[in-house]
Design a protein around this ligand. Sequence first.
Ligand code: SF4
Length: 400
Amino acid sequence: MPTFSHSRLSTFENCPQQYKFKYVDKIKIEPYFQTVEAFMGKRVHETLEKLYRDVSMGREVSKAGLLLDYADDWEEKWTDDVKIVKSGYTGDDYKRVGAKCLENYYDANAPFDKDVTLELEKKVLVHLGGDYSINGVIDRLSQKGTTYQVHDYKTSSHLPSQAEVDADRQLGFYQIAVHALWKDAGDVELVWHYLRFGKDLHSKKSHADLEELRIKAVALMKEIGEKDGDDFAPKVSALCSWCEYKPMCPAWAHLEKTSLLPKNEFLNEPGVKLVNEFAYAKEEQHAAEEKLEKIEAAILDYSKKSGASVIRGSDKKITVTHTHHLSFPAKQSADRTRLEALLKEKNLWDEASTLDSTALQALLEEKKISAATAKEILALAKDSERTSVRLSKLRDEETD
Ligand code: SF4
């Protein structure tokens, strides 16, 4: 059983097909690219890591110094391969957002002496029982009095609700790791720093919460382990725009491949041609159905006016039939109760098969009941006429 990570499990939940590309087939996309959101998040994390390393060395960190470290890191690592998905924005826009994240954090936490930093970018392996384990990285682990705090920095543009962070799995895994690694860690608090908003969200998990999280994670890992190659279906969502496997994904490959073709090549591409033919045939089918409905209405009108129930064409004929259909009151209605009582009173209940509409209609048609009873029953029924039109070949004798 492979070692999982929170992001690996999330990849499976978001899209099993992407999971297969990445972790089963292990496809590496060349040239490698990363999204600007991921790039910006990494630079912010690196800058905050350096900040706490400097603080632990007794250095005083100014806001200007922090932003300079960030700008240097950004310039050094920026490449044109960084992908900007949202149109209308540039790398500089994201650089500014990252800087704002750091300013917010600085303003809320300087001079960074509210707690003691125990670990930075700490790699942990969380054993969940059996062969199942999760690895991850704690951004910062600190101690404040007797409480350990697991910190996670977020540069996302989405601010989750308290309920969402309470249900978060990733920091729950890290809490399990903290309890395993530091036996004196009685009280553990989980803290998410939503840097864009300058907002911290806090949560605590009881041992029962952690056990529930462990059981669910193991069940998910088992489910993934039992999947066959074809079980990893694409799950199309807004996340597709950020997916590096889009050009080879079954849900997107043809759209991607054909989107760049010149018009004449596009129209001659076999898949495009088939879809166009199908769409055209469907339109024709729809138009033909509408036409048929109109002709059928005209035939019924003709039949009514002329009194003819069989109407001939050149080598086919149309037979118009009218049938009467009785419908009986709906269950639990007052009329239904009256009808059931009437049938029982007239000893017809068994024959009507506990008010089977077909059986009751047959009783009436076969005139097995007295005219007076039939009249009472019909008073509670609704009579509707059904008309059908049937096309068939003219018989020889009909063409003489
Ligand atoms: S493009 Fe979308 S559907 Fe296809 S693998 Fe990626 S996330 Fe899944």
